[in-house]
Design a protein around this ligand. Structure first.
Ligand SMILES: *Cc1c(COP(=O)(O)O)cnc(C)c1O
Length: 221
């Protein structure tokens, strides 16, 4: 059995240790517990330890996991970290406090329209495809400037950049690139680091760290 409480405590401790080492000060990274494809009893175990920040990568599945719990846990903070279709923008805005996967102009526009309609303004990250991988979500490097401008023009609450390094690459190259790009655009938040590299990400200035299997164990579905 996975000891979710112990995992959360260990990960929090090592993030804190890595962060303190950098001497960059007082930003304590948020640990986002990625609950996609995890059974409800594991999610409940995390809630029972006091964890309140969770990430999901599919809107429909997230509604199943969270629509009822939202009212039970008013301090929940839900992050969408997976690709979003424009026709799901309505449901995404209804459920999520933060959307980390904005990666194209059309999606930025759809989110802005829905946010206006619902008068609900989630935090927004642009996902950057730092490895320029085909098949992968995230805007390409040469598309980033235009997308940042569009988010600002649409009055989105753009707060940072997110990346998922290519499998097999040294993630530190991608984390460093993401940091450089964020700085260039005066964005202060960096969502980077997963189960295999969260400590490294913390040491390189991550403000949001997305960890799934290292907290919950292997995904079941
Ligand atoms: C699934 C997922 C994670 C968590 O992955 P683990 O390796 O289980 O920690 C983090 N970020 C994104 C975007 C994901 O889709």
């Amino acid at each position: 059995m996975t000891d979710i409480s112990a995992n959360l405590a260990d990960i929090t401790t090592s993030i804190k240790a890595m962060y303190d080492h950098t001497g960059t000060g007082n930003i304590n990274p948020k640990l986002i517990a990625v609950s996609k494809r995890q059974p409800d009893e594991r999610i409940q175990a995390a809630l029972n330890t006091g964890q309140r920040i969770f990430g999901e990568n599919r809107v429909q599945e997230a509604i199943g996991h969270w629509s009822e719990k939202r009212s039970l846990y008013p301090d929940l903070e839900l992050h969408l970290i997976g690709s979003l279709q424009t026709n799901k923008a309505k449901e995404a805005i209804e459920l999520f406090d933060c959307i980390q996967s904005v990666d194209r102009l059309k999606l930025a526009k759809a989110i802005a329209r829905e946010a206006e309609k619902q008068n609900k303004h989630p935090d927004i990250f642009i996902q950057v495809n730092t490895g320029n991988e085909t098949q992968k979500g995230g805007c390409l490097l040469h598309e980033l400037d235009a997308l940042v401008q569009e988010c600002k023009a649409q009055n989105l609450n753009l707060i940072g950049l997110m990346c998922i390094p290519p499998v097999g690459d040294d993630p530190s190259l991608h984390f460093a690139l993401l940091k450089k790009l964020a700085k260039r655009h005066a964005l202060t938040n960096l969502s980077m680091g997963m189960s295999n590299d969260y400590a490294l990400a913390a040491s390189m200035g991550a403000t949001h760290i997305r960890v799934g299997t290292a907290i919950f164990g292997e995904r079941t579905i």
